[in-house]
Design a protein. Sequence first.
Lengths: 224, 224
Amino acid sequence: MPVAADRTTSDRLLDAAVELFARHGFHGTSIRDIAERAGVNVAAGHYHYGSKAGLYLAVLRAQFAEVRSELARRGIEPPASAVRRASRRELVRLFEARVTAMLEFLLGPPPSAHGQLMLREMCDPTEALPIIVAEFIEPQTREMERLVARLIPDAAREVVSDIAFSVIGQVLFYRFTMPVALRLRRESRYPRGFARKTARHITTFSLNAIDGMAAGARSRARAR
Amino acid sequence: MPVAADRTTSDRLLDAAVELFARHGFHGTSIRDIAERAGVNVAAGHYHYGSKAGLYLAVLRAQFAEVRSELARRGIEPPASAVRRASRRELVRLFEARVTAMLEFLLGPPPSAHGQLMLREMCDPTEALPIIVAEFIEPQTREMERLVARLIPDAAREVVSDIAFSVIGQVLFYRFTMPVALRLRRESRYPRGFARKTARHITTFSLNAIDGMAAGARSRARAR
DNA sequence: GGTCGATTAAAACATCCGTTTGACCATGGC
DNA sequence: GCCATGGTCAAACGGATGTTTTAATCGACC
């Protein structure tokens, strides 16, 4: 089943490589598989990308550049000034919107290749990992920190950072443990609306945690 | 660097295989690498375990049987009746002890092979995944649910389950994203006491969340 | 029309892979 | 002593792998 034909050889290689690397990993995918799927010669990979590793790197570069622009397109990257001025109600809305967007983005349907490739980089970090961090994880963490900082004022930078990590952690968790979660649920894929429903839970859980920690900090401050 | 010598061939194979499968994955590890590390002949793997896949399966069986007994040894598996009778203070202590034990277990030092093998099964599920679920994830989830159920009485089973997932999620997250977390921190491994410190954060975060959700449920009940 | 650089194609290369074979060796029962 | 048995070994097998080589093809430009 070759990829769409009206594209350059290098693009078709990239498309096929995304599919197969995501599905079977670097070691589990052969140049010949990729070439066959792309409908090109085995030598094309080396000609256009130098080596198998070069092709893999190009795949991740392309994917996570796309991730960044996709997230920007969905408009969940409001200018920092907007977050600074937002009311509590607006902050909560932004929080849930962000969590929902990330989950929908990662869980599909169909399940995106991004999540799988990211997971693979956690298993076997390559020189592509810095790209993923820079293009996806770092900006998402910073934006989340900005939101959290407004939701729990006067908290130490480190506390804010830990909380942002807990939130992002819950989100990524639902992607990374998908095979297990589905097995526990005895289903073959997440049901319709699962991302939204899960986002609601994570939001509720996390906002209660944040509010509780803020209240705790206030009462400790009074006791001093 | 061969493995200790005063053991049977099949045991030395298993030891070497744990190391290498954890480090480089199934596809990334060759029978020859394993045999060399174990100091035995290449044919030994097939003789004792039938095939490479058979050896891999044996590795995971052994590892996660060990996990189960190790967790039992650490005494964080109190009989269900103890949880049923525990005071709030005791429940909180059990909660933090469980989170701490899981984190110390997963993060090391040195980082355990279990976590890495588990992560690999999330990437490429094999017939070993049911073993991991049955030996580790399922029991941990059930125990956590039991604790959570006591901490937020009268909650629906589904809510309890979601919360338990959020807690386990945060714990596994710190293992799964280790390469990224370390990169963001610009360190090569987690500092001493990191597991304990992180367990404190997860406990604080989660208990605040649970208490908040419990209070929210109560006030909604009153409004009705 | 011819030249040249860029691209594609087929074939070959060397290496590595999982697996199998058949010989060798120790041990224990008869 | 001798065979049966279970374990270990070097060697080889067939196939797959990433990569390279070499030749053919295409398109633009003078």
